[in-house]
Design a protein. Structure first.
Length: 85
């Protein structure tokens, strides 16, 4: 078996390139961890605010639904009264 059949010899990679690759990989992991932590804090604050405002929004939605229901009943009663006459 000759060396041509086994394939080309592996290329020696410069230690500077290896160091750069590993440094950038670790920097990316650290940046991602920092960024995730920062975004998690923002999201938790937003969720807490949303939970505090939920009862107010629910009350407003219930009031709006009640007004729409009353308006629909009034419209239907007016429509039925004009048809019956």
């Amino acid at each position: 078996m000759s060396s041509l059949e086994a394939g080309p010899r592996p290329v020696q990679i410069s230690p500077l390139i290896k160091f750069s690759r590993w440094s950038l990989l670790l920097a990316g992991i650290l940046y991602g961890s920092f960024h995730q932590n920062r975004l998690s804090k923002k999201e938790n604050a937003r969720r807490e605010l949303e939970l505090k405002e939920k009862p107010k929004r629910d009350a407003e939605a219930a009031e709006k639904k009640k007004r729409l229901y009353e308006a629909e009943i009034k419209m239907l009663s007016e429509t039925l009264n004009t048809v019956v006459k």
